[in-house]
Design a protein around this ligand. Sequence first.
Ligand code: 5GP
Length: 130
Amino acid sequence: MASIFSKIIAGELPSYKIAENEEFFAFLDINPNAKGHALVIPKREENKLFDLSQSEYDGLMRFSYQVAKALEKTVPCERIGMSVIGLEVPHVHVHLIPINTMDDMRFVNKVSLTADEFTSLAAAIAANME
Ligand code: 5GP
């Protein structure tokens, strides 16, 4: 069965998209640790990060770098934290999180945003992509 993220890529489920290319897709996490919390995924569904091929892994990191740069320009923060977990959704995803404290990297402190806030945030990050 297709993962929830494959359904997002296919447009069967909605998302606040930031950017995509042939192989990768970036969008806002629906339950963010902090404003701007983004997910970067390969379009090809794979469960675990280190089951990606070396070149797919390199491509994912390269695309994540571009999204992180745009995030940093858009959301005031101390730095962008990065994490890969995958215990909830078995489709590789890189978490990029604008952080100010260590607590922002804990997946227990959440912020809530309105649909309008998600939409304008995704558009602002997208506009800062190079
Ligand atoms: P993990 O698998 O790394 O533990 O976490 C999965 C992440 O995906 C969580 O941060 C969760 O909020 C996010 N997530 C789960 N379902 C959806 C969804 O349908 N849309 C979006 N945008 N994010 C989701």
